[in-house]
Write a new protein. Structure first.
Ligand code: UD1
Length: 422
């Protein structure tokens, strides 16, 4: 087990390249199951959730090759199983993305139910109801979803609320259904748009890209294809907040500003300056007085829930009082009690955190509880006086590609150390 040891107080400075988006890759990889043959995914990030998806796909019979240039090739010619076992799904909820493609292509899929997660129940009812509308027979047996259909058919699907995962699953399944499917109130996250791009490259007929109404005209077969994975907006956002909380100045190479508009605009409200040029985002927070700024999370293009924990860490070092409300995941506040160990003054009421900025956070030993919670602890540690130890960084490694190396490149004092502490 690894931990980070951070000596806080160094201003981040310099340039850093953002990796491919984890949440895009986790949808793009299973989408390749819809065709038979070799598909290519460029800029796939080398992080643990991607390795977990590779293992799951390998178990289904997909042959993979992940090279040093972040090109992931997937050969789906010899699929031997349509079952995603509990061992994989419990590690990573996104494993449920194999459900739609396996069902649509092979007429059968058996996928473990994901269960809850560190921040409360995360249902998949929208995935199941949507697939049923496409004509799937679905039963739940011994913790598994068993889905069958000779040939899915098009349908009109309306989501009561937009869900990234359900949009992705139904979209993939509908590409091989007979007839036209309309998904109303579809998620518009850039990762869904990236998935649509791959599906179109595979021969799918999809209208409404980048909108909340997707219209899919089913085809009989899809071909293997290639796509570029978009840059990770959450990694980029995390690095920008790291610069802001340390009052430094950095340039992110490869970030797409339109994917990050809500975060960039909130950063500007705190007094940081943002400069956009082609494929680069610069933040200059040199010696700013960090102004408290309220944030409410929402679906894209709203402020991302995956940047909520990082914002709470940032506001802990701001002047004044701010409120951070999560409307997507109402219980996602496990980082708060750990941040208070670093001297932060935060109270949680319902789905809001009220943060009273303190003049100085103080280093301490803290424990990661989930992926973005870990990122918030690292950010707070970078700003804190003295040494912060962040335990259980395996949570962080699920979704960031060697974050400590990127931070070191920007001048942070951060070391990964192997430990028996848990
Ligand atoms: C994805 C992201 C995750 C991010 C989340 C919200 C991936 C791999 N993960 O997760 O990092 O935090 O989007 O941006 O892309 N819901 C239902 N029923 C369902 C599905 C979802 O009620 O069947 C609810 C959820 O509880 C939540 C909301 O819808 O309140 C949005 O969840 P969703 O967009 O589905 O999240 P994920 O796709 O699981």
């Amino acid at each position: 087990m690894d931990k980070f040891i951070i000596t806080g107080g160094k201003k981040l400075e310099g340039r850093v390249r953002v990796s491919g988006a984890k949440n895009a890759s986790l949808a793009l990889m299973p989408a390749t199951l819809l065709a038979s043959g070799v598909s290519k995914l460029n800029f796939t990030p080398a992080l643990n959730d991607v390795y977990t998806m590779i293992k799951l796909l390998n178990q289904l019979g997909v042959e993979t090759n992940f090279n040093d240039d972040f090109l992931l090739t997937l050969d789906t010619k010899n699929i031997t199983s349509q079952t995603a076992p509990y061992e994989h799904v419990k590690k990573m909820r996104a494993s449920v993305y194999v459900l739609g493609p396996l069902l649509a292509k092979y007429g059968f899929a058996k996928v473990s139910l994901p269960g809850g997660c560190a921040w409360g129940p995360r249902p998949i009812n929208l995935h199941i109801e949507g697939l049923k509308k496409l004509g799937a027979e679905i039963e739940l047996e011994q913790g598994y979803i068993i889905a069958k259909s000779d040939r899915l058919h098009g349908a009109k699907i309306n989501f009561d609320k937009p869900s990234v995962g359900a949009t992705g699953n139904i979209l993939m399944a509908a590409c091989l259904a007979k007839g036209t499917t309309v998904i109303n109130n579809a998620a518009m996250e850039p990762e869904i748009t990236n998935l649509v791009q791959l599906l179109i490259n595979m021969g799918a007929k999809i209208n409404g890209i980048n909108t909340s109404i997707l219209e899919i005209e089913g085809v009989d077969t899809l071909q293997p294809a290639e796509v570029n994975t978009i840059p990770d907006r959450i990694e980029a956002g995390t690095l920008l907040v790291a610069a802001a909380i340390t009052k430094g100045k950095i340039t992110i190479e490869g970030g797409i500003d339109s994917h990050l508009y809500s975060v960039l605009s909130k950063l500007e409200d705190t007094n940081a300056k943002i400069f956009i040029s082609e494929n680069e985002i610069t933040i200059d927070a040199t010696d700013i007085d960090i102004q408290s700024v309220d944030v409410t999370t929402g679906v894209f293009p709203g402020y991302p829930t995956d940047m909520q924990a990082q914002w709470i860490a940032y506001m802990s070092a701001a002047k004044g009082v701010s409120t951070v409300t999560d409307t997507v995941y109402l219980d996602r506040f496990s980082h708060v009690s750990e941040l208070t160990r670093l001297g932060a003054e935060i109270t949680v009421q319902d789905n809001s955190a009220i943060i009273k900025g303190v003049p100085k956070l103080k280093g301490a030993k803290v424990m990661s509880t989930d992926l973005r919670a870990s990122a918030s602890l690292v950010l707070a540690g970078l700003a804190a006086e003295g040494t912060t130890e962040v335990l259980r960084v395996y949570h962080l490694d699920r979704g960031y590609e060697k974050l400590e190396n990127k931070l070191k490149q920007l001048g942070a004092e951060i070391e990964r150390v192997s430990t028996s502490e848990f």
